[in-house]
Every structure is written in structure tokens, then in C-alpha cells.
Design a protein around this ligand. Structure first.
Ligand code: C5P
Length: 232
């Protein structure tokens, strides 16, 4: 699995996003477009960034009835993104339908990965609000296993869970991990953080890095530092 750094483009407009990307004159980073930017600018922003030569992880976390997700995924695969995702809580039937929708007529498709339990969900909340009473780490691994059995390529998880996910789902099952901070950086609102070097050691395949790069005084230098710590 090719290890890579994915920059989270958490901006609310095309202008801010393109001004940020314009700083990268020598490399074309893999980028993540999430709900904020997608809902602000629509599919046109995906096409524009793709046309600039970037790989794209479209992070829209789909969760609906299987038929609706299948049709939505067919639209997203037409946008030619490289990676997209859904909630494993939508069940295996939904994940299988999603894969079908995402597969292009020539048999290729973007990597489809699953969100297991959001990191914002605590054990207490999961029990009280969702009535799921198993230990959280067991729930995460079970959802990862369901995603693998449905044919998905991987999951979003903490770097701290990447090793266990590989043990349970196989070494080729992709782990995409946010919550990355430089050793000398500010954690912000992330609670369990690891450095890019530590994420590499723990077996993450892709790290998703937002503010340590987007808010850096020199984003290109911060990106290069991430790549050199994580990739090699
Ligand atoms: O700025 P920061 O590096 O914290 O950005 C991390 C990115 O990864 C954000 O886009 C955030 O929404 C996303 N993410 C996360 N934790 C998860 C899933 C996604 O931080 N469990």
C-alpha cells in the first residue's frame, strides 16, 4: 500500500482553497474535500481540483438506505475521485450496494473506506444514545470486519488502532488516520494524537492532516515535513 499524506482542505470557499493550493508549485498533494467545502461549492470544486492534478479523498460519510447510497455513489464515481467513504453503521447491505454503485463500467472504482464509530462518540454516549453496550474498541473492530467482509478497501481510524485493524482485517486493508500532530505542535481539539513518524511506526497507510499544514506559517514546509516523517 502506497503511504501518503492527505491534506484536509477544511475551507469554506473556493477562493480560500485555491489560494492555499496555489502555494504548492512543486508538488501535487493528495487532498481531502469534506462536507464544508463540498456543500459550499458543490461538485465543481471537485472537478477543478482534480483538473489541477490532485488526488482527492471525498469525505462525505454517506449513510442512507442501500438504494439511495448506491445511486449517490454512482454520481461520485463519475466525479473521478480517488477515495470516498460511508458509515459502516449503514449495515453490510448498504456497504455492498455502495460498492456496486461506485464501480465504473470499466470495473475500476475509487477506494471505498468506512467510518466505524466517530472519534467524537464516547463509550458513555454510545451506550446512552445508541444503546450499544459493548466496549468501544470491540465495536470499532467489528465494524471494520463488516466493512472488509462487504468488500470495502479500508477504514478511517485512529493511528493507535491501525495495527489492530490490520491484524483483524489483513495487512492490505487500508487505514486512513486523522489526529496527527507534530511533536512540537498544538493539539487543538484533537485528543488522542500521534506524530507522523509514530503513525508510520503504528502502520497507518494514509495520514489525514489539516491544521498543522493549513494553519502553518509555511504550509509547504509543513507538508514536506509530514511527508518526510511519514513516508520516508
Ligand atoms: O485539522 P486536523 O488535522 O485536526 O484535521 C483532521 C481532519 O480529519 C478534519 O477534516 C476532521 O474532520 C477529520 N477527521 C478527524 N477525526 C475523525 C474523522 C475525521 O479529525 N475521526
Amino acid at each position: 500500500m502506497g503511504k501518503d499524506v492527505i491534506i484536509a482542505l477544511d475551507f469554506d470557499s473556493k477562493e480560500k482553497t485555491l489560494a492555499f493550493l496555489d502555494q504548492f508549485t512543486e508538488e501535487k498533494p493528495f487532498v481531502k474535500i469534506g462536507m464544508e467545502l463540498y456543500y459550499a461549492e458543490g461538485p465543481a470544486i471537485v472537478r477543478e481540483i482534480k483538473a489541477r492534478g490532485h488526488k482527492i479523498f471525498l469525505d462525505l460519510k454517506l449513510h442512507d438506505i442501500p438504494n439511495t447510497v448506491k445511486k449517490a455513489m454512482a454520481v461520485l464515481s463519475g466525479l473521478d475521485v480517488d477515495m470516498t467513504n460511508l458509515h459502516a453503521a449503514g449495515t453490510k447491505a448498504m456497504m455492498e450496494a455502495a460498492l456496486e454503485g461506485l464501480t465504473r463500467p470499466d470495473g475500476t472504482r475509487p477506494l471505498l473506506i468506512a467510518v466505524t464509530q466517530l472519534t467524537s462518540t464516547s463509550q458513555e454516549r454510545m451506550e446512552s444514545d445508541l444503546l450499544i453496550e459493548k466496549p468501544l474498541d470491540q465495536v470499532v473492530m467489528h465494524y471494520a470486519k463488516c466493512a472488509a467482509e462487504s468488500g470495502l478497501a479500508g477504514v478511517v481510524c485512529s493511528p493507535l488502532e491501525a495495527g489492530k485493524v490490520h491484524e483483524v482485517c489483513g495487512k492490505d486493508f487500508v487505514t486512513v488516520t486523522p489526529g496527527v500532530r507534530f511533536a512540537d505542535g498544538d493539539a487543538g481539539d484533537q485528543v488522542r494524537v500521534t506524530t507522523p513518524a509514530k503513525a508510520k511506526e503504528l502502520g497507518s497507510d494514509y495520514i489525514v492532516v489539516g491544521r498543522p499544514i493549513t494553519q502553518a506559517a509555511d504550509p509547504v514546509a509543513a507538508y514536506r515535513r509530514c511527508v518526510s516523517e511519514f513516508v520516508g
